[in-house]
Design a protein around this ligand. Sequence first.
Ligand SMILES: Cc1ncc(COP(=O)(O)O)c(C=O)c1O
Length: 352
Amino acid sequence: MIELRSDTLTQPTPGMRQAIANAVVGDEQKREDPTVLELERRAAELLGQEESVFLPTATMANQIALRILTEPGDVLIAEEHSHVLIAEQGGPAAHSGLFTRPLPGFAGRLAPEQIRAAMTDPRSGHEPVTKLVSLENSHNSSGGRVWPLDELGAVVETCRALELRVHLDGARVLNAAVAVGVPAAEIGRRFDTVTLCLSKGLGCPVGAVVAGSEELMRKARRAKHLFGGAMRQAGIVAAAGVYALDHHAGRLAEDHRRARRLAEGLAAAGLSIELDAVETNFVQLDVAPLELTKADALERLKQAGVGLSGTVHPTRLRAVTHLDVTDEDVERAIELIPSALGVTRTAVPAGR
Ligand SMILES: Cc1ncc(COP(=O)(O)O)c(C=O)c1O
């Protein structure tokens, strides 16, 4: 099976398993686990923040950030298909009592004027207080799309002028940083809080961090315990994170290169792919012109030995490259996908 469903499906490499086996551990709740402390220090630096807190998942990282930046009844603004709104089980309402204001995005991005227009009146005795904007980079639902740095800067500046706090769901912010060609800190430092996931392109079996100021991270540690996420000898998994920062962060460009080759090969074979939208490790494929449903297309692909997944879009599928996808896998997928979907035009060879 060529596994292109998600970058969450990576298997720990032999080197990572060795790092896990050799991890020096302690009581993480007491902040006595040296491996967790090392990961937290490295991740904070990477993201341009003072501190970070190790957590089991990026969902928990996002939800803790929302919790510590708001009061119940506050308004959270986010793009309508962002992970915090559509894939965290109503967490903003359930955990933090937030009133959510979804805004339509372009490739997952919001414009400063949309945020200005969505503001409630802070002087009103009736309206809820708009407190927080959450941005996502890269943006999952739109196909791993990336914020250009100037657009990101303009939105964050607008939020600051409106006295709003800003969270980055940067589950894949290292992919975004590679795509725009800047250190991740250049993106992360602009935000109050930043989520980074370790179990996607970085290839860890588990883990994420939330990063922010020392004061906010004190609150994040309390919220972590409240949410049931404080652990004990967590260095056993944090060791995978340290290993990933050393060995996997630097190879994400390979995933992007393979995604581009896949997109170009499939487009050349006659499939409906928006090549300009392939900015990171995601490729979206529209099955509408083939008169297939997403479910039918996925089943045919599975039978042919290629795993893709659905998206929020009614007719688009998604292929994701990652640590376990080789150049040979990509070439094979370029042959298998069109034939499984009934498209017979011959693909151009690699390099053209
Ligand atoms: C943008 C984004 N944020 C957060 C998450 C949540 O990650 P986790 O599965 O670690 O909770 C995901 C997972 O797909 C994601 O794509």
